[in-house]
Design a protein around this ligand. Structure first.
Ligand code: TRP
Length: 507
């Protein structure tokens, strides 16, 4: 029988709810909003696919013709809506040039968080909203049943650490948590815990958005002085994408170099590829199997929106992402102890994995992992979606030259400024929808300088070009330094990080 805990919110997002009855779970699937519920509703996946293709062309034509901004925005919004509808109908992401394989319609039990009112979509594979300011994160907290990182918590972190909290905490970029108070209580009592984060290596190209959790995790490791494990889910990418196992493993090692370049301490950090580690460590696989035994197909359908036609690899994968949340999965580091609490910094779209993990944990005798959730890093085109490596124009890559970076920001970064200098001076710009400003909130360290920029942009004293110039000058040295550090990461160093071994901690 499921005991009541504050994780009863596990399935309380729009897709269904869970009721314990004689030791059994019954999941009631609520009907999802009809996302494309206006006149243009398509009847079959193929029709919807064709409509999407046409709408994509329309957006491109409008952009090339430098059409009115409002007109482009409306076209983009319709495109996003159609994409959400397509995913709901087919269970697949829309891919230009790849029509749906058959005309079968997926059962209507799609991913967790499609908001009934405003159509924000947030799950491990899709992030989209029609709001130029981005996803409504306060609503997401309510929907996911997590807690807000409020001023009180940030103040407490400052007090416990005796130092200024990271700008990601000061600015609400890490905005939501589970059980962080409990982690701080433990820390004050000198009880140890460890950090776990990860990356799905789907290509060699990493962009600046990918660095957000790692920059923050590096800070956490420094201030708390605790072990860190980083999971490279090459198995996940093999299951989800059209890639070979060799490709995925290669990307895992290449991406590990970018992660190491964030400055992690080799004596305190273990990076592992699932494809290597699962077979090498019996304790890890035993945890995977324990988790698998405690989650039903119905539950993963409800949480992740899997359908009957998804391969069984996908269906069981969540257990593999859950396993590193338990210290006994790393006998080399924790010497068989299974009671060390885990803290997971991640983007909020990964939360479904850890809602599942937290539900399972007490039933298999392990502590629940605590979480810190970040917002998404917006695409250059605007906060309606996150930066995506598969769209070169939406991303600033870690390999971009200073010139490429400058051109991308100037050409593609969605501006909250007015169309002419005169209007801008008169009415001012809108930093809340301005991508250059949003990026500065992620990367400009100085709070006062950031506030001054916000005020000047809002009043019209600062022009869009000038704002973009500040961003370019902030990012160029940051990326150059990253490239310099990455060059220093030899194969030998990667091997050290990726070898199962004790770390510099006594357990
Ligand atoms: N699934 C994640 C991705 O595709 C990778 C990942 C695995 C992860 N374990 C994690 C991310 C823990 C954050 C925390 O990127």
């Amino acid at each position: 029988m499921k005991t009541s805990s504050h994780d009863d919110t596990l399935f309380e997002n729009n897709i269904g709810e869970i009721k314990g009855q004689q030791g059994k779970y019954i999941i009631r699937v609520k009907k999802m909003t009809d996302c494309q519920g206006d006149a243009e509703v398509a009847k079959s996946p193929l029709e919807l696919y064709e409509q999407l293709t046409a709408q994509g062309d329309e957006v491109r034509t409008l952009k090339t013709a430098k059409a009115d901004k409002a007109e482009i925005d409306a076209a983009v919004q319709l495109l996003l809506k159609l994409k959400v509808g397509y995913k709901q109908m087919t269970g697949q992401d829309f891919k230009a040039g790849c029509p749906p394989s058959d005309n079968s319609v997926a059962p209507n039990n799609g991913p967790a968080a499609v908001d009934a009112d405003d159509e924000d979509t947030v799950d491990p594979w899709n992030v989209s909203t029609s709001n130029a300011k981005g996803v409504d994160y306060d609503k997401l907290i309510v929907r996911f049943g997590s807690s807000k990182i409020d001023k009180e918590l940030v103040d407490r972190i400052e007090k416990v650490l005796g130092q200024k909290p990271h700008r990601f905490l000061r600015r609400g970029i890490f905005f939501s948590h589970r059980d962080m108070q409990q982690v701080l209580d433990a820390y004050e009592k000198h009880k140890s815990f460890y950090l776990y984060t990860g990356r799905g290596p789907s290509s060699e190209a990493m962009h600046v958005g990918h660095l957000i959790p790692f920059i923050f995790t590096k800070w956490l490791q420094d201030v708390f002085d605790i072990p860190l494990v980083i999971q490279m889910t090459d198995d996940e990418k093999y299951l989800w994408k059209d890639l070979t196992l060799e490709d995925c493993h290669h990307f895992a090692v290449e991406n590990a170099k970018d992660i190491i370049a964030c400055g992690f301490d080799v004596n305190k950090t273990f990076i592992f590829s699932d494809l290597d580690y699962m077979g090498a460590t019996p304790e890890f696989y035993r945890n995977v199997v324990k988790i698998q035994k405690h989650v039903t197909f119905n539950q993963v359908k409800g949480i992740f929106g899997f359908t009957d036609s998804d391969c069984i690899g996908k269906i069981s994968f969540p257990a593999i992402q859950a396993a590193p949340s338990f210290s006994s999965s790393f006998p080399q580091i924790f010497k068989g102890r299974k009671d060390i609490q885990c803290l997971i910094p991640c983007a909020i779209d990964q939360d479904p994995y850890f809602r599942m993990t937290r539900d399972v944990a007490p039933r298999i005798g392990y502590p629940k992992p605590a979480l810190l959730h970040s917002t998404f890093f917006p695409a250059l085109q605007g906060a309606q979606t996150k930066m995506s490596a598969s769209d070169a124009n939406s991303s600033i890559f870690l390999t971009d030259t200073p010139k490429q970076l400058k051109n991308k920001v100037n050409k593609h970064a969605f501006s909250g400024g007015k169309d002419t200098v005169e209007e801008h001076r008169k009415y001012g710009g809108n930093p809340d929808i301005d991508v250059a400003f949003m990026y500065l909130t992620f990367f400009l360290e100085d709070d006062e300088q950031l506030e001054k920029i916000r005020q000047d942009y809002t009043s019209g004293a600062l022009l869009t070009g000038e704002l973009k110039k500040i961003l370019i000058e902030t990012l160029q040295p940051m990326i150059a330094q990253h490239q310099e550090r990455r060059k220093q990461v030899t194969d030998e160093i990667v091997k050290q990080f990726m070898t199962p071994r004790p770390l510099n901690f006594n357990f």
